[in-house]
Design a protein around this ligand. Structure first.
Ligand code: ZN
Length: 145
């Protein structure tokens, strides 16, 4: 299943075209479909807003899940989101950074990105709590997710 973000009007949440494709890191990944300059907002990951307690319940036992905590109490479950950025894989040396702003999950380029590059983000403290092996391939990979 390939998903491509069409070019959209200014003011929309998705600023650059992103494609989903097979990833060398894990399963499928999100790839820049056009060049993205450093520090620009790439887009957002939207999903269902749930409580952190519900998020922890949902994450239990699942190997692949996309849940981001947006506050002490609230989280967004993007597991069924149509946004291609939800496929962004973890890397210990990422090229994008995730920012939580007013309850929204935004992804920004940390450096100039070329078309075709896989987008990666540091998941931070993940619900996997170090139980998954990291295969990001970065020289300083921590080995765990
Ligand atoms: Zn790693």
């Amino acid at each position: 299943m390939a998903a491509t973000t069409p070019r959209r009007a200014p003011g929309d949440t998705q600023k650059f075209r992103v494609e989903v494709g097979p990833s060398a890191i894990d399963g499928r990944g999100a790839f820049a479909a056009e060049a993205i300059p450093a520090r620009r907002k790439i887009g957002e990951i939207r999903g269902e807003q749930i409580s952190v307690r519900e998020a922890q319940h949902r994450a239990r036992g699942l190997a692949r899940i996309m849940i981001v905590e947006i506050s002490e109490r609230r989280a967004i479950d993007a597991s069924r989101s149509a946004d291609p950025l939800r496929f962004t894989n973890h890397s210990c040396a990422p090229n994008t950074v995730l920012r939580i702003r007013q309850g929204r999950i935004e992804l920004y380029a940390m450096r100039d990105l070329a078309a075709g590059e896989e987008l990666t983000v540091h998941y931070g403290e993940s619900h996997h709590r170090g139980r998954l092996a990291c295969r990001c391939g970065a020289p300083r990979c921590s080995g765990r997710l």
